[in-house]
Design a protein around this ligand. Structure first.
Ligand code: AR6
Ligand code: MG
Length: 305
């Protein structure tokens, strides 16, 4: 039996949190992994997630509570929820600190780089838009844009977020092979640099390329242009086999921004396979499950209205 729509919503958000939490100790090499274990925020003894889940949870709650997002309110909610020991990107941390102290996001979002950030920080939190507006591309696209630029004004940062939202909404319905799924996303996106990366993965077809090759050809850094295609490839390939553990082993072996690639891939995996395909022994260890579940249910109800 294919998963219900409600199971897919929960699957996408829990898949994101699990991918993030399982990947976190591997991000940025052994030293930062060790530091995360030692001084990272979160509930001790649990599988602790990072900024990816933190921002996605706040966004999910925001979307569940209203018919359309309010970017000014959302910017303050993100800023107030920021815990610096959750592993935020350096640019985002600085911007959110300034927003928390009362500055308007429009005055700060290009203050570090003139074009804004092209990190993957907007893409990592874009899954809820794919769930909320899975049938309405225009609304999905509009709200991804209006909220991504709060912290990520660079076109590549925003394009990466569109792709993750589109991939999650497609995964809710599609039962395609990984190459067909990636090709459909390439056809939908207007962003040339992303199209090239996606087509690279499409050309591999059903070949099980190694993590080292995927990392070398797609990239796996904090830049959206690298980690978004890598996550879409891993998510699509392993969702076909309902193999979440295999997906995480592959992502850990690729290296780089492991937690965020895990989060993005996990959100696509969960939207396609449902919460029942996530490893139960890891799910019980996850921190803040009740809050995440409530947020998923509210978003589901809102999108069903
Ligand atoms: N020009 C040059 N370098 C850039 C530019 C630019 N326009 N934009 C970003 N970078 P940031 P994020 C580089 O700081 O995207 C966390 O682990 C620059 O080195 O905006 O929110 C999250 O979980 C910058 O510091 O953060 C994500 O995994 C970096 O890209 C990850 O970090 C990241 O951009 C990125 O989070
Ligand atoms: Mg990260």
């Amino acid at each position: 039996m294919p998963p219900t729509r409600e199971e897919r919503f929960a699957g996408s958000l829990f898949g994101l949190a699990l991918g993030d939490a399982i990947g976190a100790p591997y991000e940025g090499g052994p030293l930062s992994g060790f530091l995360w274990q030692l001084i990272g925020a979160g509930e001790r003894g649990k599988l602790r997630w990072t900024d990816d889940t933190q921002m996605t949870m706040v966004l999910t709650e925001h979307l569940g509570a209203r018919s359309v997002p309010d970017p000014d309110v959302l910017a303050r909610e993100w800023a107030n929820a920021m815990e610096s020991r959750r592993g935020y990107g350096p640019g985002s941390r600085r911007l959110l600190t300034r927003i928390a102290s009362g500055e308007d996001w429009r005055d700060v979002n290009r203050s570090i780089w003139p074009e804004g950030s092209m990190g993957n920080g907007a893409a990592m939190r874009a899954a809820p838009f794919g769930l909320r507006w899975s049938e309405d591309r225009e609304a999905r696209s509009r709200w991804v844009y209006e909220t991504s630029r709060i912290t990520h004004a660079h076109p590549l940062g925003i394009d990466g977020a569109h792709l993750i939202a589109d991939a999650v909404s497609r995964a809710l319905h599609a039962e395609e092979s990984a190459p067909d799924f990636l090709e459909a996303l390439a056809e939908e996106t207007q962003s040339r640099p992303f199209v090239e990366k996606l087509r690279q993965a499409v050309r591999w077809g059903a070949d099980p390329v190694t993590p080292a090759r995927a990392a070398a050809e797609l990239g796996c850094s904090v830049l959206a242009l690298e980690s978004v295609p890598a996550a879409l490839y891993a998510g699509a390939r392993f969702a076909e086999r309902r193999d979440f553990d295999g997906m995480m082993r592959f992502i850990i072996a690729m290296g780089g921004d492991v937690d965020t690639i895990g989060a993005m891939a996990g959100s696509v995996f969960g939207a396609r396979c449902g919460v029942g395909a996530l490893p139960p022994e890891r799910l019980v260890e996850l921190e803040a499950k009740t809050r995440l579940e409530a947020a998923a249910i509210a978003l589901y109800k809102r999108s069903a209205q």
